[in-house]
Design a protein around this ligand. Structure first.
Ligand SMILES: Cc1cc2nc3c(=O)[nH]c(=O)nc-3n(C[C@H](O)[C@H](O)[C@H](O)COP(=O)(O)OP(=O)(O)OC[C@H]3O[C@@H](n4cnc5c(N)ncnc54)[C@H](O)[C@@H]3O)c2cc1C
Ligand code: FES
Length: 356
């Protein structure tokens, strides 16, 4: 995975517990860093002597020729606290080029209505998508439903208000707060099924909207997705980006390691035209970590099964996949795996990152 040293051009800390970072992509790297609205960058920094990398969605639009990410502090979080508290203008971060599938093609002649559901830092890819849709598709309308704890922690409100002023007729923004009260009861609290009923009764039902984008905590994403699929919305029109997913099921891990106690697998890793084979424990550990431990330079970011950076093809052998959020069903059917989630199960396995 190739990282480039990129300088921090500007920092905006005006919103409590978050920072908006503008990166100074040099002219010579602008094509390498070209992106689609909704994509993310992987940032890496040396924090307490360790290289820590995390993914951050770009909130700027590709039409702006700017590279901006917004980071919200996670209590105890290594990278987010470093970015909010220690990063300075002029510092250099290692940045990998844009990636991600939280986007759809945009065409000037397309006229559609889009619903965007965001909570907390989940607003970042939405701002990029909203701006790019509104400019690229002059007849498209967008309805945003954006939940935060408090007004002071609402990220990118200024950018949203500027878009609202520019596209008054085509952008509707609904702000919900969970830890402060607003006068209209509807805007208090999370988006639950009751609120979704209210939202859709005002909009003629879910089928009146053409595309759905969802980004926020795992529970919110799946609750809205399930509501929509139960209402008959085709999954191909529901797009979501998961930033984080809780720990894998400990019982499954325990069962696998007990059932395979003492067994070894021969794991062959193919990357950059080279390959090597290592002996690993069957039923425990994951393909990515085993290969990284041997010094392989492999692509990864979240190690949590959400960013999809560690995707590779299982050419032969069997693995147990703990999470598959980032993969389409078609990819799973074609033996693509998230190596950070793949526990070796067969005696021999061959995993090809060049086919990822
Ligand atoms: C594709 C993608 C795009 C992303 N875009 C953004 C973005 O635009 N802005 C942004 O702020 N973040 C974004 N994230 C999340 C980001 O990559 C980090 O996970 C987050 O900043 C926490 O990292 P950390 O090092 O501070 O916390 P860590 O040190 O990794 O974690 C500390 C603790 O918090 C828990 N945790 C980690 N992440 C979260 C989370 N998101 N919510 C709740 N608990 C968590 C962990 O289990 C751990 O216990 C994105 C993630 C992905 C996969
Ligand atoms: S490193 Fe993110 S899904 Fe594996």
């Amino acid at each position: 995975m190739e990282f480039y040293p990129i300088k921090v051009l500007h920092l905006d800390k005006s919103v409590e517990d978050s920072v908006a970072i503008t990166l100074d992509i040099p002219e010579s790297l602008k094509s390498t860093f070209s992106f689609k609205a909704g994509q993310f960058l992987t940032l890496q920094a040396q924090i307490n002597g360790e290289a820590i990398r995390r993914s951050y969605s770009l909130f700027s639009s590709p039409l702006d020729e700017k590279w901006q990410v917004g980071i919200k502090k996670i209590p105890g979080g290594i990278f987010s606290n470093f970015a909010c508290d220690n990063l300075k203008v002029g510092d250099t971060l290692d940045v990998a080029p844009p990636d991600g599938k939280f986007t759809i093609p945009m065409q000037a002649e397309t006229k559609r209505t889009i619903a965007a559901f965001a909570a907390g830092s989940g607003i970042t890819p939405m701002v990029s998508l909203i701006k790019t849709f509104l400019i690229t598709e002059p007849e498209t309308n967008i309805k945003l439903f954006y939940t935060n704890k408090r007004v002071k922690t609402t990220m990118l409100k200024e950018a949203l208000e500027a878009l609202k002023n520019q596209f008054m007729e085509r952008l509707e923004i609904n702000y919900f707060l969970t830890q402060e009260r607003r006068e209209i009861a509807f805007y208090n609290g999370r988006i639950d099924n009751k609120k979704l009923d209210q939202i859709f009764s005002m909009n003629g039902g879910p089928s009146q909207l053409d595309e759905y984008f969802i980004c926020g905590p795992e529970a919110m994403i799946f609750q809205i997705r399930d509501y929509l699929t139960d209402a008959g919305i085709d999954e191909k029109n529901i797009h979501f980006e998961l930033f984080f997913s809780g720990d894998a099921n400990k019982e499954v891990l325990q069962e696998l390691s007990t059932a395979n106690l003492g067994k070894q697998s021969k794991l062959t890793i193919v990357e950059g035209g080279k390959e090597f084979t290592i002996d690993v424990n069957t039923g425990s550990g994951n393909v990515l970590d085993y290969a990284l431990d041997k010094g392989a330079d492999l692509p990864y970011a979240c190690k949590g099964g959400v960013c999809c950076t560690c995707r590779a093809k299982l050419v032969n052998g069997e693995v147990k996949m703990l999470k598959t959020f980032g993969l389409e069903q078609e990819e799973i059917d074609n033996n693509y795996i998230l190596t950070c989630q793949a526990i070796p199960l067969s005696d021999e396995l061959r995993v090809d990152f060049d086919m990822g």
